[in-house]
Design a protein around this ligand. Structure first.
Ligand SMILES: Nc1ncnc2c1ncn2[C@@H]1O[C@H](COP(=O)(O)OP(=O)(O)OP(=O)(O)O)[C@@H](O)[C@H]1O
Ligand SMILES: [Mg+2]
Length: 306
């Protein structure tokens, strides 16, 4: 029987309130807001939306409650075709709430966030049949207990795990990272956990025969990766008209996971993920610019410009 979902995600979902300003504010500044909008966000949330736009059957397992932010989060995921039937309900649970300040001169963003009410699923609630129903499991660093349980179940079924880690604060983090088959990290965290200063050395320190792939992403510099500890390759980012880099990393993860679920090779998954993340950077917010697969294919064939 074929699995119910291509990508099952556990981790952060967020409501992003985006504020567009001429440049990042200095202390004591007064500054005009040029534009504002609300979009869904979060590492897992935006990764799953990206996977769904690429044609994957995606599902989210988290904990949400009764407030307006939870309702917005669920509506947005479902509107994108992300199946939320595995999501658990707890009346006072909340998504992350972020204020994202985007500098219109560069497209770079700063994120202020509240995690009040954010609730991790209890590990015991991660049922074997839930995890066994996907081709690829996605986890991020915000769900370590549930993530470790889900990884154990995934590996028992031979299901690959794609992971996004942005913080090393929790002492269980090395165990979580150990269990991630496709580990995709931003360069800042990769530098901190390896002590290396160059991306090639970071990838070398984090890859090996027992890891399907390690990728270190570095924004407009692109990414470096190694499959099963082999030679480290660099893939440059696309040169695009950047409007807003919010969510580029999350889109990279989701597009990559969708490719792995379709049994694409790592090289192709990185190429598609780099194109999806670059295209996203040309539109405001974490989600509005996520392309679908035909648009990515046209972009890669040079038929549509950035
Ligand atoms: N300015 C840009 N122009 C083109 N592509 C970009 C740009 N910024 C990011 N990307 C693409 O997105 C990928 C991931 O970006 P980045 O390394 O910034 O992720 P991140 O640090 O995890 O960010 P996020 O906060 O979105 O999770 C890059 O490897 C690149 O392919
Ligand atoms: Mg990231």
């Amino acid at each position: 029987m074929s699995p119910r979902w291509d990508v099952l995600g556990l981790g952060a979902v967020a409501v992003d309130d985006l504020l567009y300003v001429d440049q990042h504010p200095l202390p004591n500044a007064k500054m005009l807001i040029r534009g504002q909008q609300r979009q869904g966000g979060g590492l897992a949330g935006t990764a799953l939306v990206a996977a769904a736009r690429l044609g994957a059957k995606a599902a989210y397992c988290g904990v949400l409650g009764d407030d307006e932010l939870s309702r917005f989060t669920l509506q947005e995921l479902e509107r994108e075709g992300v199946d939320c039937t595995p999501t658990l309900h707890k009346p006072d649970a909340r998504p992350v709430h972020s204020i994202v300040i985007v500098d219109l001169s560069t497209g770079s963003r700063s994120i202020l966030y509240s995690s009040a009410g954010v609730t991790e699923p209890e590990p015991a609630k991660i049922r074997p049949e839930l995890v066994a129903s996907c081709r690829v499991l996605f986890v991020d660093h915000t769900v370590i207990g549930a993530g470790l349980r889900a990884i154990e179940l995934a590996h028992a079924h031979g299901i690959p795990v794609v992971g996004d880690i942005e913080s090393e604060a929790d002492p269980r983090l090395p165990d979580l990272m150990q269990g991630i088959d496709h580990l995709i990290l931003g360069i800042e965290l990769a530098g901190r956990v390896t002590g290396a200063s160059e991306p090639v050395a970071m990838v070398r320190a984090l890859s090996g025969l027992d890891r399907a792939c390690c990728v270190v992403t570095a924004g407009e510099r692109g990414c470096w990766y190694s499959e099963r500890g082999s030679q480290v390759c660099h893939v440059p980012a696309f040169s695009v008209q950047v409007v807003d880099t919010t969510g580029c990393g999350d889109v990279f993860h989701g597009a990559y996971a969708a490719c792995i679920a379709r049994a694409e090779g790592v090289d192709r998954a990185i190429q598609i993920a780099t194109a999806a993340a670059g295209m996203k950077a040309t539109q405001p917010g974490g989600r509005s610019g996520i392309p679908n697969l035909p648009a990515i294919q046209r972009f890669l064939h040079g038929e549509i410009g950035p």
